[in-house]
Design a protein around this ligand. Structure first.
Ligand SMILES: O=C(CO)[C@H](O)[C@H](O)COP(=O)(O)O
Length: 260
C-alpha cells in the first residue's frame, strides 16, 4: 500500500493500534481475519520486530497466517496453544450488547473457535459496523458441501418461524464457482434485514444437519474498540461498563508500514 490512508483505513488502523495495547509479553493471541484484523497483525508485527514483544499468534485463516509470518509473528496452532489469553478480530456488525455478525470474509468457523477459546475477545471496528439491531449485513452460515441445497431448504423452512424481516438465502460465490472456506465448506448468506432474537436464531440454525456454524457471536466479545477517520478511538468494555476515548496519531501522507 502506498500514499495517504483513506478515512476508512485510518479508522481501522486507529482501532487496531489501540487494541494491541492490550497485548502483553508472553501472551498467546488469537489473530482475526479481514482488513481491520490485518492492520492489527501489522501493528503486532511492528511491536515484535521493533520492541521485542514476545507472543505466539494463533491465526484464524490461511491468509492471516501468511501475513503474521510475513511480519515476524511466531505462529502456532490452536491445538499447540490449547487456550488463549486474548483474541483480536474485526466484525461485520456489532450491537450495544457486543453481539456480533462475523464471516463476511468467510472465516467465521475458525474465528468462533479461536474467540471462544480465549479469556478475552476484543473486536476492532470502524463506526459503520455499529447497529441498533443485527441483520442488515447478511448472516453467513458455513455448511458442508454434501447436500447443501437440502440444508438450504431446511434453513428456509426454519426461518418461517423465526423473528426476522427478510428470508432470502444465497450461496456465496467466488466467480463462477461456490466459495470454499479454509475448512473446505460453503457459505450460505441469510439476508434477514433484522434479527429480532439472535440467540434463538443461532440455536435453531446450528441444529440443522449440514450446518457447521453460523456467524452470530453472542456473549463472546468483551470489548469493542471503535475507530474514527480522524484517529479518535472509543474503547467500550461491556463487563466493566466503561467507555474511554483516545486519539491515535497518524503519519500524514505516509505509508505506515513501508517495510512490508
Ligand atoms: O468476520 C470476518 C471475516 O470472516 C471479518 O472480521 C469481518 O468480515 C470484518 O472484515 P473487515 O475488517 O474487512 O471489514
Amino acid at each position: 500500500m502506498t500514499g495517504e490512508l483513506s478515512p476508512i483505513d485510518k479508522a481501522k488502523f486507529a482501532a487496531a493500534k489501540r487494541a494491541v495495547d492490550f497485548v502483553e509479553d508472553g501472551m498467546r493471541v488469537g489473530l482475526g481475519t479481514g482488513s481491520t484484523a490485518a492492520w492489527m497483525v501489522r501493528c503486532l508485527g511492528e511491536m515484535v520486530r521493533e520492541d521485542g514483544l514476545k507472543i505466539k499468534g494463533v491465526p484464524t485463516s490461511v491468509r492471516t497466517a501468511e501475513l503474521a509470518r510475513q511480519v515476524g509473528i511466531e505462529v502456532i496452532s490452536l491445538d499447540e496453544a490449547k487456550w488463549l489469553d486474548l483474541t483480536i478480530d474485526g466484525a461485520d456488525e456489532f450491537d450495544a450488547d457486543l453481539n456480533l455478525i462475523k464471516g463476511g470474509g468467510g472465516a467465521l468457523l475458525q474465528e468462533k473457535i479461536v474467540a471462544t477459546a480465549s479469556d478475552q475477545m476484543i473486536v476492532i471496528a470502524d463506526t459503520a459496523k455499529e447497529v441498533a439491531t443485527l441483520g442488515a449485513f447478511p448472516l453467513p452460515v458455513e455448511v458442508i458441501p454434501f447436500g447443501w441445497q437440502t440444508t438450504r431448504a431446511l434453513i428456509d423452512e426454519a426461518l418461517i418461524n423465526l423473528d426476522v424481516m427478510g428470508r432470502e438465502v444465497t450461496l456465496r460465490m467466488n466467480g463462477e464457482a461456490p466459495f470454499v472456506t479454509d475448512e473446505g465448506n460453503h457459505i450460505l448468506d441469510l439476508h434477514l434485514k433484522r434479527i429480532g432474537n439472535p440467540r434463538q436464531l443461532s440455536l435453531v440454525v446450528n441444529q440443522i444437519p449440514g450446518v457447521v456454524e453460523n456467524g452470530l457471536f453472542i456473549d463472546i466479545c468483551d470489548v469493542v474498540v471503535v475507530g474514527h477517520g480522524d484517529g479518535k478511538v472509543e474503547v467500550r468494555d461491556i463487563n466493566a461498563g466503561t467507555v474511554e476515548e483516545e486519539k491515535i496519531d497518524f503519519l500524514e501522507g505516509d505509508n505506515l508500514f513501508n517495510d512490508l
